[in-house]
Design a protein around this ligand. Structure first.
Ligand code: UDP
Ligand code: MG
Length: 344
C-alpha cells in the first residue's frame, strides 16, 4: 500500500565533487538538435572541474542521428554511444544508458536542451551536501502548448493524489542521481518502467532544484499523444493496483444502481402497477452492468498482460552496436540476489 508512510529521515553526509560525472541522453530522431547539444555539452564540460562521460543512446532513430553520434564518438573517447536495434521508447532507452554509465554521479537529460545544462552545477552542489537524488522541478514551461502544459499538470496531480504520493510534482526525468541510488535502481528489471517513480521508490534522500524549462532547441517533440497516453498508463499501472480496485468500486456502484432498479420493479409489481413500461430502465440497467463488467475485465486484462510480458523475461533492450563502449554490460534477466551455485 502506498499509504502515508512518513518520509524516512536521513543524516546527510557531505561528499566531494564527483570524480566522474556521467550524462545519459536518450535520442530518437534528434538530428536537428544533436549539433546544438554537442556544442552546449562541450562548453559545459569546460566549466566542470571533474571528468565528464557522455552516454548517448540512439533509440532506433530513422533519421541521421546515428551517423552524427558515430562521428562525435570518433572525435571524443569520452562519448559512449549505444545504438539500440529499434525504437524501445524513452524509458527503456534511458535505462540502457544508465546501465552503461560509470560515473560517481549520473545526470539524465533530454537531447533537446529543454533542461538547461547550467542547472547541473546546482545539482552537483546538492549532491555534495549529501543528497542522492536531485531532481529538476519546472517552475515554468516556455514554448510548450497550453494543451501540453495542462496534460502534464494534470498527470502529476493525479499520479500524486491517487497512485504514488512520493512522486515529486512537475519533475521529469531530468535529475542527478548518485552511484548508490543508480545501483539500487539498476536492480529493478521490470519490463514496464516508470523511471522517476522507481527512483522515488528506492528512497534515498532527495531534493528539488527549481528551474525554468526552455523551448526545444530544434526538432519537434517525440512524445506523440499516443506515447503520452501509454506512458501515463504505464506510470499508473506499474506503480499501483488502484486501477484494479477502482474497477471493483465501479462495479459496486453499478451494483447498487441495479439493486435500486430491481427493488423498484418488484414494488411496482406487487403494488399492482403496470410493469411492462419498465423495459426502458431494464435496458439501461443491463447496459450499465455490461459496461461496468467489460471495463473491469479490461483493467484486469491490462495487469494480466503486464504479468505475461514480465513472465517472458525478455531483455529490456537490444544493443545493436556501440561506439567507445562495451556492449557486454547486458541487462541481467535474473534478479541479482540469486547467488551463483558452485559445485564442489
Ligand atoms: N526519446 C527517445 N525515444 C522515444 C521518444 C523520445 O529516446 O521513443 C527521447 C527524445 O529524443 C528526447 C527525450 O526522449 O531526448 C524526450 O523526448 P521529447 O523531448 O520529445 O519529449 P517532451 O520534452 O516533448 O516531453
Ligand atoms: Mg523535450
Amino acid at each position: 500500500m502506498n499509504g502515508a508512510e512518513p518520509a524516512t529521515q536521513h543524516l546527510l553526509q557531505p561528499r566531494p565533487q564527483p570524480a566522474k560525472l556521467s550524462i545519459v541522453i536518450p535520442m530518437y530522431n534528434e538530428e536537428a538538435a544533436a549539433p546544438h547539444l554537442r556544442s552546449a555539452i562541450q562548453a559545459f564540460g569546460r566549466t566542470l572541474p571533474n571528468a565528464l562521460e557522455l552516454v548517448l543512446v540512439n533509440d532506433g532513430s530513422t533519421d541521421r542521428t546515428l551517423e552524427y553520434l558515430a562521428e562525435w564518438a570518433a572525435s571524443d573517447a569520452a562519448v559512449k554511444v549505444l545504438h539500440l536495434s529499434r525504437n524501445f521508447g524513452h524509458q527503456i532507452a534511458t535505462t540502457a544508458g544508465l546501465d552503461h554509465a560509470t560515473g560517481d554521479a549520473i545526470v539524465i537529460m533530454d537531447a533537446d536542451l529543454q533542461d538547461p545544462l547550467s542547472v547541473i552545477h546546482q545539482m552537483i552542489g546538492r549532491y555534495r551536501e549529501g543528497y542522492d537524488v536531485v531532481y529538476g522541478q519546472r517552475i515554468s514551461r516556455a514554448g510548450e502548448s497550453a494543451y501540453k502544459r495542462f496534460t502534464a499538470w494534470a498527470f502529476y496531480r493525479i499520479m500524486r493524489a491517487m497512485v504514488y504520493h512520493r512522486l515529486p510534482a512537475d519533475a521529469g526525468d531530468f535529475r542527478l542521481i548518485s552511484r548508490d541510488c543508480l545501483d539500487a535502481v539498476a536492480q529493478m528489471r521490470e519490463t514496464h518502467r516508470f523511471l522517476r517513480g522507481m527512483v522515488a521508490w528506492v528512497g534515498f534522500p532527495q531534493i528539488a532544484v527549481r528551474y525554468e524549462r526552455q523551448p526545444r532547441v530544434a526538432g519537434s517533440t517525440k512524445y506523440s499523444l499516443h506515447k503520452m497516453l501509454a506512458f501515463s498508463w504505464t506510470a499508473a499501472t506499474s506503480f499501483s493496483t488502484l486501477p484494479l480496485r477502482l474497477s471493483m468500486i465501479l462495479g459496486a456502484l453499478i451494483g447498487l444502481l441495479g439493486l435500486e432498479e430491481g427493488t423498484r420493479a418488484l414494488l411496482v409489481h406487487f403494488l399492482g402497477g403496470y410493469t411492462v413500461p419498465g423495459w426502458t430502465s431494464l435496458a439501461v440497467v443491463v447496459s450499465l452492468i455490461g459496461s461496468a463488467m467489460l471495463m473491469s475485465i479490461g483493467v484486469l486484462g491490462e495487469y494480466v498482460a503486464k504479468l505475461y510480458e514480465q513472465a517472458k523475461g525478455r531483455p529490456l533492450y537490444i544493443v545493436a552496436r556501440t561506439f567507445n563502449a562495451d556492449a557486454g554490460v547486458l541487462p541481467k534477466s535474473e534478479p541479482s540476489n540469486i547467488a551463483p551455485v558452485h559445485l564442489p
